[in-house]
Design a protein around this ligand. Structure first.
Ligand code: MEV
Length: 438
């Protein structure tokens, strides 16, 4: 058992690693070297990364890949994708190529409202609270002027403030329910700062309200925070083509492909076990672009999955149909992304990723990201209903094993050829390599 540590954050990075090695890694020099091996030689760059979070001891690499040929609303894009899972970038690229030859993707931001709430308790007469709220609404708006001034110049700001009575669900519980337009920023800091100011003003005004009794004056703020559920910040992405253009495979006609594909989507629409995996495939594309562009993938994940259950049952995010011989495949998701603020101007690779995307507005990035999700789902379903996904996965798996066991380039070539016709398992790969070497 190691002892708890005091003042850990005050130690230097080297001291932190020393403490870690001594207490948790049997003073293993190799472990220390691994941590240090990932430090960047450029001290300024390393310091920048150290300061993103607290108690940084090293950097954790994830691959940054490129998926080219994404034709979106008539323009070609190459998508930067950060992901650890093999096959995802390949699948995205394949899907992009396929649809670029069939008119490409269309994507639209339907609306872009973000939401924040002041959660508070009020014991007393609701009508009095309501009239206080009506009276102080201009004051609430005025109180955040120093925060909203710049956002308003960019065309954003506070859209609506509502008082919501939630006492049917939780005793004495009310909210200020606020809608924001944060333009090209994700807006978390902006929203939270406004909400905290609203909370302060609300509490003050309640305590000074002449017609409030003592209990009513004692309005209690519980918390003020943005919501990562953004069902009024919706993006739609779509592809379509004549059914007969769908097939690239002699074994399956376009009609057969469409039928099986739509059936696979329908299964995900009604069966939550399948829907979760189906949507996980969508998120493979979305998260990879969200990460590359320095956005908050946890917020995106939480919001999208909540949306997938908005009708009381977790369901597919994507939908497909054939009408009058035209196959259509589409998705609408809530997505709050930013292209200014946060990591976007700090992390050199994030800046570069946004350059690669030709400096998109938040709306354009939302469209591109949604397309990445739709493309990924198309690729996954296409594999699943035709060859199965293991074929592609196992090829990458083979490379991972070969890299792990430090096979030479020549050995890799021979092994890839051999395993085109043999089943890949960890042990079969090792066995074959040993045979080859002996
Ligand atoms: C794997 O990361 C994603 C898939 O499982 C998605 C799906 O099943 O649709 C292939």
């Amino acid at each position: 058992m190691t002892k708890p540590v005091n003042g850990f954050s005050k130690l230097t990075k080297t001291e932190k690693i020393g403490w870690l090695a001594e207490n948790y890694l049997n003073s293993d020099k190799k472990a220390v070297n691994i941590l240090k091996q990932y430090w960047n030689e450029d001290e300024k760059l390393q310091k920048l990364h150290d300061e993103f979070i607290e108690n940084t001891v090293s950097n954790f690499y994830l691959p940054l890949g490129l998926a080219p040929n994404f034709l979106i609303n008539g323009n070609y894009h190459v998508l930067p994708m950060v992901i650890e899972e093999s096959s995802v970038v390949a699948a995205a690229s394949k899907s992009a190529k396929f649809w670029s030859e069939r008119g490409g993707f269309t994507a639209t931001v339907i609306n872009q409202k973000k939401i924040g709430q002041v959660h508070f308790l009020f014991k007393g007469d609701f009508s009095k609270l309501e009239s206080l709220f009506k009276n102080i609404e201009p004051k609430l708006r005025e109180s955040v002027q120093p925060i909203t001034k710049n956002m308003e110049k960019r065309g954003g700001g506070i859209l609506e403030i509502d008082l919501v009575d939630k006492t049917q669900e939780l005793e004495n519980y009310y909210q200020l329910f606020v809608k924001f337009d944060t333009r090209d920023s994700m807006g978390a800091n902006f929203i939270n700062s406004c909400l905290e100011k609203f909370a302060e003003v609300l509490q003050q005004e309640a305590s000074n309200a002449e017609n409030f009794n003592e209990q009513e004056k004692d309005l209690q703020i519980i918390m003020s925070i943005l919501s990562n559920y953004v069902p009024e910040c919706i993006v739609r992405a779509e592809v379509s083509c004549p059914v007969n253009e769908l097939s690239e495979d002699k074994n399956m006609t376009g009609e057969q492909f469409a039928e099986k594909f739509i059936q696979a989507v329908k299964i995900a629409e009604i069966e939550p076990y399948r829907a979760v995996t189906h949507n996980k495939g969508v998120m493979n594309g979305i998260d990879a672009v969200v990460l590359a562009t320095g956005n908050d993938f946890r917020a995106v994940e939480a919001g999208i999955h909540a949306y997938a259950s908005r009708n009381g049952k977790y369901s597919s995010l994507t939908h497909a149909e054939v009408t009058h011989g035209i196959f259509r495949f589409w998705m609408e998701i809530p997505l709050a992304l930013g292209t200014v603020g946060g990591l976007t101007s700090l992390h050199p690779l994030v800046k570069l990723a946004l350059d690669i995307l030709q400096r998109p507005s938040a709306e354009e990035l939302m469209e591109i990201t949604t397309v990445a999700g739709l493309a990924q789902n198309f690729a996954a379903l296409r594999s699943l209903i035709t060859t199965g996904i293991q074929q592609g996965h196992m090829k990458m798996h083979l490379m991972n094993i070969l890299n792990q066991i430090q096979a030479t380039e020549l050995e890799k070539e021979e092994m890839v050829a051999y395993f085109t016709h043999h089943t890949i398992t960890h042990s079969s790969v090792i066995e074959q390599l040993e045979k080859m070497r002996s």
